[in-house]
Ligand binder design. Structure first.
Ligand SMILES: C[S@@+](CC[C@H](N)C(=O)[O-])C[C@H]1O[C@@H](n2cnc3c(N)ncnc32)[C@H](O)[C@@H]1O
Length: 260
């Protein structure tokens, strides 16, 4: 995110690092390479990660919602793009707390469920179409809620971290282009890739559209409309969240809400 692998202000190199839901393992490999003193463990439901990873990085098949089987606690736990994966995201944060050393950090990097217009003209364009990314997100979040699942977790991470007992909880809300509208070459490239990603995501959400109450015909029209609209160079961004917090050290007076 913004060229940084990690945002939490760790005092020292962490000995043990956990990447929950590591996916391709790209973050875990990059972090291990940049921090050769750290031992990085990437966990996921499937072991699809590369065979050749840095020697201080390894991968474990583990369902993060089941019991964890690591030998010792971690100094830093990282989770990226895990928004819709967990049935109980607040419980996951409590579990991370229990598996960190005192003084250890947790960090989440997530996309928020909104489309933010960069200027008045783009806001007008969003409001003038039934096929905006904002409308897509609204339907998906509502459809998921109808299935009993809250997937709009990014704005709630801060509160859940505080409730779990973390201190120094900090939120960064970062804007980044949803399509290739930016004149900045890096942002332009990111926007280009996000457009491709959004198109796939919009096409794969039929379970949520159905739970929202849409018919098959309505879904087809909506997906076509959203894909078409998203290719227009509206100056809009999804908000990305980086949220981190620290587990207090033994004896430290916690400002948190966690009961003793
Ligand atoms: C959107 S991908 C994010 C991958 C990675 N964090 C990244 O940013 O590149 C979500 C990943 O979480 C994994 N996942 C989903 N539910 C999980 C669970 N309960 N325990 C562990 N991994 C899970 C999926 O298999 C998938 O690889």
């Amino acid at each position: 995110m913004k060229g940084k692998l990690s945002w939490a202000p760790l005092d020292a190199e962490p000995s043990r690092v956990l990447d929950i839901g590591t996916g391709t393992g790209i973050w875990a490999c990059d972090y291990a390479e940049a921090h050769p003193q750290s031992e990085v463990v990437g966990t996921d439901l499937s072991l699809i990660q590369p065979d050749y990873s840095p020697p201080n990085c390894h991968f474990v098949r583990e369902d993060a919602e089941e019991e964890w089987v690591h030998d010792s606690p971690f100094d830093y736990a990282h989770a990226r793009m895990m928004t819709i994966c967990f049935k109980d995201p607040a419980a996951m944060i409590r579990k991370i707390y229990d598996n960190l050393q005192p003084g250890g950090w947790v960090e989440y990097q997530e996309i928020g469920a909104d489309q933010i217009a960069a200027d008045a003209e783009s806001e007008k364009l969003i409001q003038s179409t039934p096929f905006s990314l904002r409308e897509y997100m609204h339907r998906v979040v509502q459809g998921a809620a109808n299935l009993g699942r809250n997937i709009d977790v990014a704005p709630r991470l801060e509160g859940w971290m505080v409730e779990a007992g973390f201190v120094d909880v900090t939120v960064h809300q970062i804007l980044g282009p949803v399509n290739a509208w930016s004149s900045d070459p890096v942002e332009h490239r990111i926007g280009f890739f996000i457009t491709q990603d959004v198109i796939e995501v919009v096409q794969s959400a039929s379970k949520f559209y159905k739970a929202y109450g849409m018919t098959d015909d309505e879904i087809t029209k909506f997906v076509e409309g959203c894909c078409r609209h998203n290719k227009q160079l509206t100056k809009t961004d999804p908000s990305r969240y980086v949220v981190y917090g620290r587990k207090p050290c033994a004896g430290e007076i916690s400002k948190s809400a966690k009961p003793n």
